[in-house]
Design a binder for this molecule. Structure first.
Ligand SMILES: Cc1ncc(COP(=O)(O)O)c(C=O)c1O
Length: 361
C-alpha cells in the first residue's frame, strides 16, 4: 500500500490570504477589498508592465535559466559578484532551496514564533526539526533566546527582518550581539522581504555589511512587496558563492519565467514607483494608527506594509464577519487567538477597513 511519509503527513499546508475572486464568487458581491497578503496597493510598476508587453513574443522559448541580465543588474546594484546572486520564484522558493541545501533530515532550523510560516514548513518538509522561539514581550525576534537554542544539530537560523506578522525589526545592536554568539557553521537566512519599508529607520541593520565580513548569510529581497510584482513570483538572494553554488545545484533549471526576469529588471529601475509605495504606506499607517488608537485597539508599531493587532475577541469570528462585508484580512495563529494582521492599503481601503471593523466589533 502506498504510504505518505510521516514527516509529510504531519505538515499543515500554507494557507494563503483568500483571493478576491473567490470571495466575490462565494458571496455574489463585488468591490471587495483584500488587505490580507501584504501586496502593493498601487499595483505593479508601470515600467515592468511595459517590459512584459515587449517580451510576450518570445514565450515559445524557455527562459534564461541563469537569469543572467537580472543577476548582472542586481550584482552591480549591490556591488557583488554575479556568482553571489541567485534568483527564485519569490523569496519563498529561495527559503525552501536554502533549507533543502543546508539542512539534512534530523537537523534543526531555528525561527521566531510567530514568524513567517514558510520557514517552519520548509524545514519540516525536508524532514528537519523546526525549532520555534517565542518573540520578546515587544513582539520582536529574540535573537539571544534563538542563540540559546543552538545545538550540535542546528544548521540554519531564519531571521525575518522586519518580522511577519508583527512588523517589528531587529536592530543593529541586536544583530551585533547575535553575531558574537553565533558559531561559524550555521547559515543565517536574513529575510528582508519588507526591506524597502524599513530601510529609512536608522536602527535597521545593513546586512550587506555582514555579507562583506564573510558571514554565512543569505540575504533575501523580493519584487513581491514594494515593487508590486507578487503575481509574477520573483525574488533574489545574495550570499557567498559557496552558498549560492549549493542552492543552484538543487534549484529547478528554469525556476523564474522570462516575463518575471524582464519585469524585475524594469521594476528595479522604477525607483519612483517604490518611493510612492513607501510614501502611500507611511500615510496609510499614520491614518490606521490614529483610528485604531481611537477604537482602543492594541497594535504593534510596524516597519512594514501591515499592522498586527489584538482585537481581544475571537479573531476568526471577526474575520468571518468582515468577509461577509467584503473585507479580507488575516486572522493569525490558532482558531482561538485574538490577533489579526492587516495590510496597509490605499486611503479608501483603509477607511473601509476601519468602517467594517467598527461594525464587526
Ligand atoms: C517575511 C516574508 N518573507 C518572504 C515572503 C515571501 O515573499 P515572496 O515569495 O513573494 O518573495 C513573505 C511574503 O509574505 C514574507 O512575509
Amino acid at each position: 500500500m502506498l504510504k505518505v511519509p510521516q514527516y509529510v503527513d504531519d505538515i499543515s499546508p500554507y494557507v494563503p490570504g483568500k483571493p478576491i475572486e473567490e470571495l466575490e464568487r462565494e458571496l455574489g458581491i463585488s468591490n471587495s477589498v483584500k488587505l490580507a497578503s501584504n501586496e502593493n496597493p498601487l499595483g505593479p510598476s508601470p515600467l515592468a508592465l511595459d517590459e512584459i508587453a515587449k517580451h510576450t513574443g518570445t514565450l515559445n522559448r524557455y527562459p534564461d535559466g541563469g537569469a543572467y541580465a537580472l543577476r548582472s543588474l542586481l550584482a552591480q546594484a549591490h556591488g557583488v559578484d554575479i556568482e553571489e546572486v541567485i534568483v527564485g520564484a519569490g523569496t519563498n522558493e529561495l527559503i525552501d532551496i536554502a533549507i533543502r541545501a543546508f539542512q539534512q533530515p534530523g537537523d534543526e532550523t531555528i525561527m521566531g514564533s510567530p514568524s513567517f510560516i514558510v520557514y517552519y514548513i520548509s524545514s519540516a518538509k525536508a524532514d528537519g526539526t523546526p525549532v520555534k522561539v517565542p518573540l520578546t514581550q515587544d513582539y520582536c525576534l529574540d535573537l539571544i533566546a534563538m542563540c540559546d537554542k543552538i545545538t550540535g544539530k542546528t544548521k540554519i537560523i531564519c531571521i525575518a527582518n522586519p518580522n511577519n506578522p508583527t512588523g517589528t525589526i531587529v536592530t543593529k545592536d541586536d544583530l551585533r550581539e547575535f553575531y558574537k554568539r553565533l558559531p561559524d557553521n550555521i547559515l543565517v537566512i536574513m529575510d528582508e522581504a519588507y526591506y524597502e519599508y524599513a530601510v529609512s529607520n536608522s536602527s535597521y541593520p545593513d546586512s550587506m555589511v555582514n555579507f562583506r565580513e564573510g558571514k554565512n548569510i543569505l540575504i533575501l529581497r523580493t519584487f513581491s512587496k514594494a515593487y508590486g510584482l507578487a503575481g509574477l513570483r520573483i525574488g533574489y538572494g545574495i550570499a557567498k558563492s559557496q552558498i549560492t553554488g549549493a542552492m543552484n545545484k538543487i534549484r529547478e533549471p528554469f525556476n523564474t519565467s522570462t516575463l518575471a526576469q524582464h519585469a524585475a529588471i524594469a521594476a528595479l529601475k522604477d525607483t519612483e514607483h517604490v518611493r510612492r509605495a513607501v510614501e502611500v504606506n507611511a500615510e496609510g499607517k499614520a491614518y490606521l494608527y490614529k483610528e485604531l488608537a481611537a477604537l482602543g485597539i492594541d497594535f504593534v508599531r510596524s516597519e512594514t506594509n501591515f499592522i498586527y493587532m489584538d482585537l481581544k475577541k475571537n479573531a476568526v469570528e471577526i474575520y468571518n464577519k468582515l468577509l461577509k462585508m467584503g473585507m479580507i484580512i488575516r486572522p493569525m495563529g490558532a482558531a482561538d487567538t485574538t490577533t489579526i494582521r492587516v495590510t496597509i492599503g490605499l486611503p479608501a481601503e483603509n477607511e473601509a477597513f476601519i468602517r467594517t471593523l467598527k461594525e464587526a466589533l
